[in-house]
Design a protein. Structure first.
Length: 299
């Protein structure tokens, strides 16, 4: 097929002062944050940097677009309010060596790779887009589930209004982090979280526990459990159905066991070589003479 001869224009206009840019765009919706627009787009036209878009300006490419993407804001003070999945795409189109003017049809596609790869959303057609002095603006909305943190590339095709065939820009544009800027406001792994809720039930992990239940974990995951159902647990509220020599409080090694009151020892049970323990109660300074077995001290 024979492509129309589209080519890139200079990007120097994008580094003018904001007043000149505002006069050129004449679009309050796009320039609601115009005081910061040059700062926001500095990455595309820093002084002394050979931008990939500048290199394209000197390459023999039939179709070329300058990507100047930014988040669309309805607020004049640039506050990040409740936003959807749409973002503003601004570009500059040349046609036959001059800035394009008139109506053009565009088609935008998001891919998961710079070449080849797969579509991650249906192609988004934009018919009869007005281009003035080469400049155009399109509001792109590929829906949810597209920008979840992975790298994404934007493929662009264009044709003169209602022409038979599209000419496709041969190089896909790597989408900068701008469309991801508000991704954390609805993180991909938090789709089940109820708005303004951080409770266990709101996080959709477990139902709220019944009074007295404890949180347990095993190979199947987390669960709220009644203490009576825990085979190796000992409830401070009392236990029933216990079996001597199976359910007990104490040690299983050759170490003394102490009970304290108000932070001080009140009772000490010491193991001995004969198996008869020494029982030392009362004052914390009480001791049993070395070598004693089965001794009892109190008071």
């Amino acid at each position: 097929m024979k492509y129309p001869k589209f080519e890139i224009g200079s990007l120097r206009a994008d580094c003018r002062n904001n007043q000149e840019r505002a006069e050129e765009f004449r679009n309050d919706d796009v320039l609601s944050c115009s005081r910061r627009s040059c700062v926001a787009h500095r990455e595309f036209c820093p002084q002394g940097v050979d931008s990939p878009f500048r290199r394209l300006a000197h390459s023999p490419i039939l179709l070329a677009l300058a990507l100047l993407s930014s988040l669309h804001s309805q607020s004049s003070n640039c506050l990040a309010a409740e936003l959807g999945t749409a973002f503003t795409y601004q570009g500059k189109l040349g046609d036959g060596g001059a800035a394009a003017n008139g109506l053009y049809d565009f088609e935008f596609t998001v891919y998961d790779a710079a070449t080849g790869g797969n579509h991650v959303a249906p192609a988004l057609p934009m018919d009869s887009v007005s281009v003035t002095n080469g400049l155009f603006t399109a509001m792109l909305d590929f829906g949810p589930g597209v920008f979840l943190g992975e790298e994404r590339w934007l493929g662009i095709s264009v044709r003169t209004n209602r022409a038979a065939d599209f000419a496709t820009f041969p190089t896909r544009q790597l989408l900068s982090p701008v469309p991801y800027a508000l991704h954390a406001s609805q993180a991909g792994i938090a789709a089940s979280v109820t708005g303004n809720s951080v409770s266990a039930q709101g996080l959709n992990t477990l139902a709220p526990p019944a009074p007295g239940q404890v949180l347990t974990f095993d190979s199947t995951g987390l669960a709220w459990t009644n203490p009576a159902a825990l085979g190796n647990a000992w409830s401070l509220g009392g236990n029933g159905g216990t079996t001597p020599n199976v359910n007990f409080l104490g040690t299983t090694d050759n170490q003394p066991l102490e009970f304290k009151v108000n932070g001080r020892r009140a009772l000490r049970l010491e193991p001995t070589a004969t198996g008869a323990p020494n029982v030392i109660a009362g004052d914390a300074s009480n001791v049993v003479a070395p070598g004693t077995a089965g001794g009892t001290v109190a008071g």
